[in-house]
Design a protein around this ligand. Structure first.
Ligand code: ADP
Ligand code: ZN
Length: 733
């Protein structure tokens, strides 16, 4: 039964606060209050933010209840949003206050929507340039010329407010009064799209019909990179806009979506709302409030855009649905792909999961009829999938300290002579994965984590990829004290770049690695320049796998295809398959005459994953993976949940974990098994010891309820112990 939508003055109401206490009872204020209304309530001596959650529930003496202090002038959460948060909380075992925070992550919601001062670029650089001034100008550039609140600009640039004011006086910047929270320009679904190929037209028609049903449904839209999936789901967006409903497109690496935003603009005549970590506070607030009032038709965003308060959501597209960045494993553990499906089912909306290489989960769901499946078979236009082959490293004469085989080098040279581009893929940031002492063999590790430090030569430091700690590269070995013997072992992209410079001195090379660019915008620009043909050899980590268009790229060389084939991870094979398939798909996208070539350097050319990549028989690969998972009772045929405990003291966390394991009766009662506790593969991060347990349960077992009961029955955890539950874990580190 749905709760009433309005509560008159004096009615007893439940308010979900953002505090640990969760839901508490209050009295409705004068004038009454609506369900979902954001309010400020007294909590002890403090005032905290909350949302009206329904009729009062506690048996606390009514005479002692306190009234709501004040209403926040923002649109109330819709009943659909409330139901979504409750069901997400039940599924992920996340406390509701944390979810409320995610759903209200817009600054200054409590401020009136009046005009405010905005700073923007207005003139040439100042005659007198200083480091501080340059920092301010760089921040503005990084945000693509968006407006800033004055304080925000100074803060982002790490300078004092007077620097910003100085630039205003110099005429480089201007301060204007801008209206706040203005609606986004309307997207026009009536503009013509590209004429669609036959399979595209059929798929688009099916999606349009699905939207017309005004009911929930999920579609897996499958097709190799370049088969025109985006073009198809933009037709679904158009239908959604025609109905006056809102659409959300989730992308894995929002930073890299400039190309995508341009496409939306070309199709609908205006830009969509953008939601990701790079947008300004002003934009964040505007998008949040406009979403709640249906004043933004399309939002393109990173995974957290799923928590925007859409007034009337009709469609969610999850592009590259298999991408691991949709899984958040920090504070709140959730999969944005799975939660998109949940939210759509609550809102009677449609979901489109698009991918060239779907996750085994989605593949199985499509096979069982739970999802609809649409396939785009032809690659759009003339370009073919690249020709693929392996280079057997056991049979190549490799020089010491060299990673490009003679065969691959010859192909690169041929491309260079024809004016075409080559891409060398190596999924390792930095210069070398290991720095060790040649005298004693000691490897340099992080002081806070159970991880090796990685040399980054551009920064001239060792960096921990777990916690980000850095230190200088020592001259003397920290273990044996011998000087001048520290040496780099193995390749990273920076070292590969060195080899390229030595062996192809006449070629222009560019390294694409997330840590080499000071901002998302700088990275975008580098990618645009490469696309325009500014470079001969691209050396990149997995950021190159995502859909950029490099029209002149005709050769992809995978430096170490064996990386990722091993590993205890249940999804190692799947990930490796997806990644290499995608990287290979970069070659010859708009080929013209030149069909692309992808070459995988490997020591195991007969490995089943390598063979599946080469054969192009994706379906056979997924079917085989599905069979293997079923036999092992693994997802999606069985269910997994990870329990991650951590504490600064190793014995404390180990004792508590053992105590939990002894009390696992509620888990056994539903037929689940408990594995562990065992030290996590990364046993220490940021000076906290980590212990993991894994629960495996039959597919239909009520896992969440059993886990909740189990944890509730355990003794109170020692102070400073952190316990996280990860339902459907993706990573096991
Ligand atoms: P995917 O999303 O499957 O990778 P895209 O939709 O990005 O594929 O299409 C790949 C390229 O082909 C893009 O440059 C796109 O503009 C172009 N394209 C796709 N469909 C059509 C079409 N029907 N007419 C013209 N160009 C198209
Ligand atoms: Zn570390």
């Amino acid at each position: 039964m749905s709760p009433p939508l309005f509560y008159p003055h004096g009615a007893r109401i439940a308010v979900l606060t953002q505090e640990v206490v969760g839901v508490l009872d209050y009295l409705a204020p004068e004038g009454g209050v609506r369900l979902g209304q954001l309010v400020v309530v007294p909590l002890g001596p403090r005032r905290v933010m909350g949302a009206v959650w329904g009729p009062g529930i506690g048996d606390f003496d009514a005479a002692r209840l306190r009234p709501v202090a004040r209403l926040i002038d923002a649109p109330p959460l819709t009943p659909g949003m409330i139901e979504f948060l409750i069901r997400m909380g039940e599924y992920t075992l996340t406390p509701l206050p944390l979810l409320l925070r995610m759903a209200t992550r817009a600054p200054d919601l409590d401020q009136p929507p009046s005009a405010r001062r905005i700073i923007h670029r207005a003139g040439p650089p100042p005659a007198r340039m200083t480091d501080a001034r340059a920092a301010v100008l760089r921040v503005i550039e990084d945000h693509g010329g968006a407006g800033f609140a004055p304080g925000e600009l100074a803060q982002l640039a790490g300078v004092s407010a007077s620097v910003v004011q100085g630039l205003v006086k110099a005429g480089t910047l201007a301060e204007v009064l801008a209206p706040r929270d203005v609606p986004y320009p309307r997207l026009d679904p009536g503009l013509p799209g590209k004429p669609l190929a036959e399979d595209q037209a059929e798929a688009a028609e099916t999606l349009r019909d699905a939207l017309k049903s005004h009911a929930y449904g999920t579609t897996l839209l499958r097709g190799v990179t370049g088969s025109g999936k985006t073009e198809v789901y933009l037709e679904a967006v158009a239908e959604c806009l025609r109905q006056g409903r809102q659409a959300l497109v989730l992308l894995p690496e929002i930073a890299l979506s400039a190309e995508f935003l341009d496409r939306v603009e070309a199709r609908f005549g205006a830009r969509p709302g953008e939601w990701h970590s790079g947008i300004t506070r002003t934009e964040r607030r505007r998008l949040w409030t406009m979403a709640a009032q249906n004043h933004v038709g399309l939002v393109v965003g990173a995974r957290s855009a799923l928590f925007l308060p859409f007034a009337d959501l009709g469609l969610i597209v999850v592009d590259e649905e298999h991408d691991s960045s949709y899984k958040q494993e920090d504070a709140v553990y959730y999969s944005a792909r799975d939660m998109a499906v949940l939210r759509a089912s609550v809102e009677a909306a449609q979901v489109v999961l698009a991918s060239a290489t779907p996750s085994v989960e989605s593949w199985v769901n499509a096979g069982s009829g739970k999802y609809r499946r649409l396939d785009l078979r032809a690659r759009y236009g003339t370009a073919d999938l690249p020709e693929m082959g392996t280079i057997d490293l056991r049979q190549q004469e490799m020089e010491r300290g060299r990673w490009i085989s003679p065969r691959l080098a010859a192909e690169i040279r041929a491309r260079k002579e024809r004016g075409e581009q080559s891409l060398l893929f190596l999924n390792r940031r930095g210069y070398a994965p290991i720095t060790a002492c040649r005298a004693c063999g000691q490897q340099i590790g992080c002081d806070h984590c159970d991880a090796r430090m990685v040399e980054h030569r551009f920064q001239n430091r060792l960096v921990c990829h777990q916690c980000g700690a850095t230190k200088p590269i020592p001259n003397a070995c920290p273990s044996c004290g011998v000087e001048g013997k520290m040496t780099a072992i193995g390749p990273g992209v920076e070292r590969l770049a060195e080899e390229v410079a030595e062996r192809f001195p006449e070629a222009k090379a560019t390294v694409l690695s997330s840590d080499l660019f000071h901002s998302a915008r700088a990275l975008k620009e580098a990618i645009a320049e490469i696309g325009a043909g500014s470079t001969d050899i691209i050396i990149g980590t997995q950021i190159v796998a995502k859909g950029h268009n490099f029209p002149r790229l005709t050769l992809v060389g995978v430096i170490d295809a064996d990386l990722g084939l091993q590993g205890a991870d249940l999804r190692a094979a799947e990930r490796s398959f997806q990644l290499m398939r995608q990287v290979a798909g970069r070659a010859g996208r708009e080929g013209g005459d030149a069909r692309g070539l992808a070459l995988l350097q490997t020591h195991q050319p007969d490995h089943p994953v390598i063979r599946a990549i080469l054969s192009g028989e994706d379906e056979a690969f997924w079917d085989a993976e599905a069979v293997a998972r079923q036999a092992a009772g693994m997802p999606p045929f069985g269910r997994l949940a990870g329990i991650i405990l951590s504490h600064p003291d190793q014995p404390v966390v180990e004792d508590y974990a053992r105590e939990l394991a002894r009390r696992a009766e509620p888990l056994r009662a539903i037929g689940a098994e408990l594995f562990g506790p065992a030290p996590a593969p990364i046993a220490r991060i940021r000076a906290r010891y980590r212990v993991r347990m894994l629960i495996r349960a039959p597919r239909q077992a009520p896992v969440q309820g059993a886990i909740a009961e189990w944890l509730a029955s355990a003794p109170k955890p020692p102070s400073n112990l952190r316990l996280a539950v990860d339902i459907d874990p993706q990573s096991f580190l």
